[in-house]
Design a protein around this ligand. Structure first.
Ligand code: ADP
Ligand code: MG
Length: 706
């Protein structure tokens, strides 16, 4: 349970002084989409970062104020000039103000005269701040941002006003006031940062950092390197790393089990492989074997670019589990991919005696019952299925190893913790990812997971000639495709993501399909996400067998199909794809003996970033370089489509700017947890508060469960 002293921070904004239903509605609109809860809470307001600064330093005399600029002036109210009557009902209400050097009018449209008379009594002295304009030769200030009594001006009127991102209907002043109220809700908190580290960085306390975050004094205070921002970013990263470390600690608990290499099954598969393992594959396998042989549970990420040969490594790891008399499971993100894994791995069944079964949403009724039964009695060695298998609690005789093919999804770590009760709870875990995740992001989404990298491609891979071509040369490209398929080539033709709408994407793919088919005949096939599973398989099988020469698709082929004879990849509207996605798509070709090529069709004119993106893809095939460039061009939060990815969206921390802080947080979290694995010691209370503050309640729950 969240400690009571944090309650005011997590109360809805309605509890704040001055926030009524209308403002609450606006604040909800501003922050709810970010934190995915139901209501804006005080803490959500605190995480609104100022993006600018307005200097409201007082100008001594009206005569010195610049027209067209912001001015803050001390003036005396001389006269009210109501709008109605003389100049018509819609005319604005004006208030003449002056000092010894000059005069101007405050101008209000649709204002309540009674309110203005109270705000600006004739003869009173006021501080007013706003933009000065010249209208018909008259100096005026329409709708001043601030009006305050002169004697209390300095306290109510911010001389340096932070500017926040807003939403329609919400003014900066209203938001700033609400944030000011939220700031008063920050309770005194014990320090969770190591004293030495805090001193070395000369950082303020959490509470002070919050105050300063919202009271920037100059532009430097708005940068990620400002001490207040660094401190809060570190807090956020520490909470992230601590939570991941706790999950990892739980997952790695001793299993008491050692899976020693029993060579028989593995050797049978090795003998049947039509190729020798690459050095990288051998190294990864040795690391996995060592994990399996140790009494601690394996928690390993197998990272390898598309086509680097992860499946074989997974198969050989599973062979070890089976050789030791246990069972293994392989889970894929899509049904298509599960089927492909089943085909690949099933291909070794005869040679090795492995009993392999496939279980997806499509195996139903008697078939499903039979598979589940066989798994339970131990008549199935390897079960292959989709990620959905995970949520189910499937009974097995002795499931010792689970391999998760993540492709490019993140957030496995958290999910693993949540699913600790599902299929394979307690099993050794190998997670495969095709995404060349930059180190930075690896740390934030997987924490300190053990990593094996396949940084070497199987031999014989040829470079893929990549060209960028404007869409208006489409006809030329189609001519080229026609010639190529005439000499036996196979082509992927990927249609773009047009809107966030499957229907529209589909329309584009169908249109292209119809056009190509009209020109090239029935050698053209179409596959998309809306196709029924069986139909999808049928089309894929036709393409794999060579019966189809061109496969038009939406991005469904992104997830790992393997047709070695396919040598040409055409991507329409390549400018709409992210770098990682383009890289994944291109990786579908270049796997066979033929020279391969990739054509990136783009619509002119290209924006600056799109141009850079296409350039990166054109000039390198190195997944790691591409990932780093992606990070540079889009920033950490956006890389690889954060929304679906589960990648943590940070509030203050930004990557790569806070890279060093991230590493320090990783070390800090590890150290604290080594010293005090149950976070029970006397300074652990502060760390628990930190976890609650950054809403890592899941981690606190885990650690409290012991
Ligand atoms: P990934 O899953 O990493 O994208 P796959 O495991 O699908 O890659 O392998 C891609 C292709 O490379 C497959 O056709 C596979 O049979 C082949 N392959 C894997 N390892 C080797 C190797 N050491 N030598 C030659 N070909 C290999
Ligand atoms: Mg694969």
């Amino acid at each position: 349970m969240r400690p009571p002293r944090l309650a005011p921070l997590f109360a809805t904004v309605r509890a704040l002084k001055g926030v009524g239903p209308k403002v609450e509605g606006l604040l909800n609109k501003l922050v709810v989409p970010r934190h995915q809860g139901a209501h804006a809470r005080a803490i959500d307001l605190l995480w609104q970062l100022p993006v600018g600064l307005v200097d409201r330093a007082i100008v001594p005399r009206i005569a010195d104020a610049k027209v067209g600029a912001l001015a803050t002036l001390e003036v005396t109210v001389a006269e009210h000039r109501p709008g109605g009557g003389r100049r018509g009902a819609s005319a604005p209400y004006r208030v003449l103000v002056e000092d010894a050097s000059g005069a101007f009018e405050l101008v209000y449209f649709n204002a309540d005269p009674a309110y203005l008379r109270r705000l600006l009594p004739v003869g009173s002295t006021r501080l007013v701040s706003g933009k000065l304009e010249s209208y018909d030769g008259w100096l005026q200030m329409p709708h001043p941002d601030h009006v305050a009594a002169a004697e209390q001006g300095a306290s109510t009127l911010p001389l340096m006003e932070p500017i926040y991102p807003l939403t329609t209907g919400l003014s900066n002043t209203v938001l700033r006031k609400a944030i000011g109220e939220a700031l008063t809700q920050v309770p005194p908190l014990p320090e969770w940062i190591d004293a030495g580290f805090l001193a070395k960085n000369a950082w303020p306390s959490f509470g002070d950092a919050m105050q300063r975050l919202h009271a920037p004094q100059d532009d430097a205070d708005l940068l990620p390197s400002a001490p207040a921002r660094e401190r809060l970013a570190y807090d956020e990263l520490l909470a992230n790393q601590l939570a991941l470390a706790i999950i990892r600690q739980r997952l790695k608990k001793r299993t008491g089990r050692r899976i020693a290499a029993q060579g028989r099954v593995r050797k049978a598969i090795m003998d049947a492989l039509p190729f020798a393992l690459t050095g990288a594959q051998r190294r990864a396998l040795a690391e996995i074997d060592a994990d399996l042989a140790s009494p601690h549970r394996m928690l390993r990420l197998l990272q390898g670019d598309v086509g680097s040969g992860k499946t074989v490594v997974a198969l050989l790891a599973m062979a070890n589990a089976v050789g030791a008399g246990a069972q293994a499971a392989l889970m894929a993100p899509t049904e298509l991919l599960a089927r492909q894994h089943f085909a690949t791995i099933g291909g070794f069944a005869d040679a090795s005696g492995l009993r392999v079964a496939l279980l997806t949403g499509r195996e139903r009724g008697r078939e499903r019952t039979a598979i589940l039964g066989a798994l339970k009695t131990g008549n199935i060695d390897i079960l292959i299925g989709t990620h959905a298998l995970f949520q189910e609690s499937i009974q097995s005789r002795d499931l010792a190893l689970v391999v998760i093919d993540e492709q490019h999804r993140f957030g496995v770590h958290q999910r693993l913790a949540l699913q600790a009760k599902g299929t394979g709870a307690g099993a050794e875990l190998l997670v495969m990812t095709a995404t060349p995740i930059p180190r930075t992001l690896l740390l934030t989404s997987y924490g300190d997971m053990d990593v094996s990298r396949l940084d070497e491609k199987p031999p014989g891979r040829k470079p893929i000639a990549t060209r960028t071509v404007p869409l208006d040369r489409l006809d030329e490209i189609i001519d080229g495709v026609e010639r190529a398929i005439g000499s036996g080539a196979q082509v992927y033709w990927v249609c773009p993501l047009i809107a966030e709408s499957e229907v529209l994407d589909l329309a584009a793919a169908e249109e292209r399909y119809a056009a190509l088919r009209a020109r090239l005949g029935d050698k053209v096939g179409l596959v998309h996400g809306r196709l029924a599973g069986k139909d999808k398989d049928a089309v894929m099988a036709q393409f794999a067998s060579g019966a189809l020469a061109i496969l038009v698709s939406t991005t469904v082929i992104e997830v790992g199909v393997d047709v070695p004879n396919a040598s040409i990849m055409i991507i329409e509207h390549a400018e709409r794809f992210g770098l990682a996605q383009l890289h994944q798509l291109r990786g579908r070709v270049g796997r066979g003996v033929a020279e391969s090529s990739c054509v990136l069709l783009y619509r002119q004119p290209l924006g600056e970033t799109a141009r850079e993106r296409l350039n990166v893809i054109r000039t390198t095939e190195d997944g790691f370089i591409i990932a780093e460039e992606d990070l540079r061009l889009r920033g950490g939060g956006e890389v690889l489509g954060t929304r679906q990815s589960g990648l943590p969206a940070f509030r203050v921390a930004t990557l790569p700017e806070h890279q060093e802080l991230l590493e320090a947080a990783r070390d800090g979290a590890r150290l604290r947890l080594t010293r005090d694995p149950g976070l029970k010691g006397k300074d652990a209370e502060a760390l628990r508060l930190l976890l609650y503050l950054f809403e890592r309640d899941d981690a606190v729950r885990l650690i409290s469960a012991g």
